[in-house]
Design a protein around this ligand. Structure first.
Ligand code: SF4
Length: 165
């Protein structure tokens, strides 16, 4: 995995809290994740990176079978995980990993309001959860912390991933 070390260094430079190379088959999807987006999240349908526009869990599950490794990025309130993974996706792609694909955290916030067509297609990526990934199970399986936040003053843990090859 030495060939990926430069991406770990780059993510750290971009203020990621922790970064790890993970096997793509440790990424867990769940049909229920879509329902959590549809019922209970005020981002549903508001941005082009969220459901119903983002890939459904089944599509993500199939897509993941085409990858062996991903870079899992852990951030906190000081790190913009979505920005970190889209920056890394570009670098990894330009290094010759033609399938590189990033998924961030939360709804895209690059524009105040989403128009009909994306204004920044080179930067906007769906979140892991928007693609039906069970982020809790995935990060725990890879040794990272995550808990349900039960007050608004709790510090959150945010995660993104770049699928590499
Ligand atoms: S970059 Fe702008 S237009 Fe594109 S998904 Fe994000 S908010 Fe919407």
């Amino acid at each position: 995995m030495r060939k990926y070390a430069k991406y770990i260094r780059k993510a750290t430079k971009l203020r990621a809290k922790n970064v790890r190379i993970i096997p793509a088959n440790s990424i867990v999807t769940g049909e229920w994740v879509r329902l959590k987006c549809q019922f209970g999240c005020d981002g549903y349908g508001r941005t082009l990176t969220c459901p119903p526009y983002s890939p459904a869990p089944e599509q993500t599950r199939r897509m993941l079978t085409h990858y062996e490794y991903g870079l899992l990025v852990h951030g906190d309130e000081h790190a913009d995980v979505s920005d970190i993974v889209s920056t890394l996706e570009r670098e990894i792609f330009l290094d010759g990993y033609h399938k590189a694909f990033a998924m961030g955290a939360g709804p895209c916030d690059l524009c105040e309001k989403c128009p009909k067509f994306c204004k920044y297609p080179e930067r906007a990526r769906p979140s892991m959860e928007a693609c039906g990934i069970d982020v809790f199970s995935t990060v725990r399986a890879n040794g990272f912390p995550i808990e349900v936040l039960n007050t608004q003053t709790c510090n959150g843990n945010y995660y993104g991933v770049v699928l590499i090859e």
